[in-house]
Design a protein around this ligand. Structure first.
Ligand code: DQA
Length: 150
């Protein structure tokens, strides 16, 4: 494990619209503001981050596959693919690095179809309902996980 582990932070479909999209559910913070908070948080934790967003399932699968070589852990908000994508689940199971699932909203307070997560089956843990702050909570958990805590 590198002294300064790299965490791949992946964001799925429609998360590029944060700030504009249903602010009553997702808040007013933009994805780029969340990235900035993650950069500050990662610096405090001696982590490096690689923060990305795609609207395309196959692109997310490609990035998860690459994590084998290029990252020590994955933090993933797969957006709606959370609830539909066996391909993302398979990629996470093959990735051989720990994954933490994040959602801005509390998916369990919302529609029934959001209660199932394929991602959860491969995740070490799930953080949802704390808006953008959830990404910082996930980084803190990941730092501890990688350094031998739980
Ligand atoms: C989300 C929750 C998903 O159900 C939804 O499809 C999203 C965002 C969240 O961060 O709360 O796109 O992942």
């Amino acid at each position: 494990m590198a002294a300064n582990p790299t965490i791949l932070i992946l964001n799925g479909p429609n998360l590029n619209l944060l700030g504009l999209r249903e602010p009553e559910i997702y808040g007013s913070e933009t994805l780029s503001e969340i990235e900035d908070s993650c950069l500050d948080c990662a610096a405090r934790l001696d982590l490096s981050i690689d923060f990305r967003q795609s609207n395309h399932e196959g692109q997310l699968v490609d990035w998860i596959q690459e994590a084998r070589q290029s990252a020590d852990g994955i933090i993933l908000n797969a957006g709606a693919y959370t609830h539909t994508s066996v391909a993302i689940l398979d990629a996470l199971n093959a990735a051989a690095v720990p994954a933490i699932e994040v959602h801005l909203s509390n998916i369990f307070r919302r529609e029934e179809f959001r209660h199932n997560s394929f991602v959860s089956r491969a995740a070490r843990g799930v953080i949802c309902g704390f808006g953008g702050h959830g990404y910082e909570l996930a980084l803190t958990a990941m730092a501890r996980l990688l350094r031998g805590g739980n």
